[in-house]
Design a binder for this molecule. Structure first.
Ligand SMILES: [Zn+2]
Length: 160
């Protein structure tokens, strides 16, 4: 994908944020530090993605962990975290959460690069959700890059 198309697609190529339904009164799901982490790793939220959301764990060290923490940020509706882990060139002005969507699980299917030794990486995943009583899934290959030393989300391609 070219830089120009990446810019044109800002705000519409990220399915997790593309819904424009105005948030109403539905609260974010109750996730505490002791809850199982929404990202699916066998760890409590506070010791897993929560430490990145709060900043106490520093920045996610790999693209996969950033991907997981961004999924968890959609679950707990942490807009500030999503924005600060978004590449400046593709970052939207805001992230709107659809109160009718409940994220139901994340599976990481593959990664390329994205470790401490790399400056770019991809993560292929399926995120499951329930919207209006209907189960659905989002299958995407996301691109990540380092920005000022920390992994950020750049953009992604939907797969089938
Ligand atoms: Zn996690």
């Amino acid at each position: 994908m070219t830089g120009a198309s990446a810019i044109l697609r800002v705000g519409e190529n990220d399915a997790m944020s593309r819904r424009k339904t105005r948030p109403r009164t539905s609260p974010a799901p109750a996730v505490t530090a002791a809850s199982p982490c929404p990202c699916g790793l066998d760890a409590a939220y506070g010791a897993c993605c929560g430490r990145f959301h709060s900043g106490t764990g520093g920045a996610a060290p790999t693209a996969e962990l950033l991907m997981r923490s961004r999924y968890s940020a959609f679950v707990v509706r942490d807009e500030a975290y999503l924005l600060r882990t978004w590449a400046p060139g593709t970052r939207p002005g805001e992230v709107e959460f659809d109160p009718g969507t409940r994220w139901a699980g994340l599976e990481i299917e593959g990664t390329t690069e994205g470790t401490a030794f790399h400056s770019h990486g991809t993560v292929t995943f399926t995120a499951r959700y329930v919207h209006g009583g209907e189960a659905g899934s989002l299958h995407e290959r996301s691109r990540f890059a380092r920005h000022e030393g920390a992994w950020v989300y750049v953009d992604g391609d939907f797969l089938d």
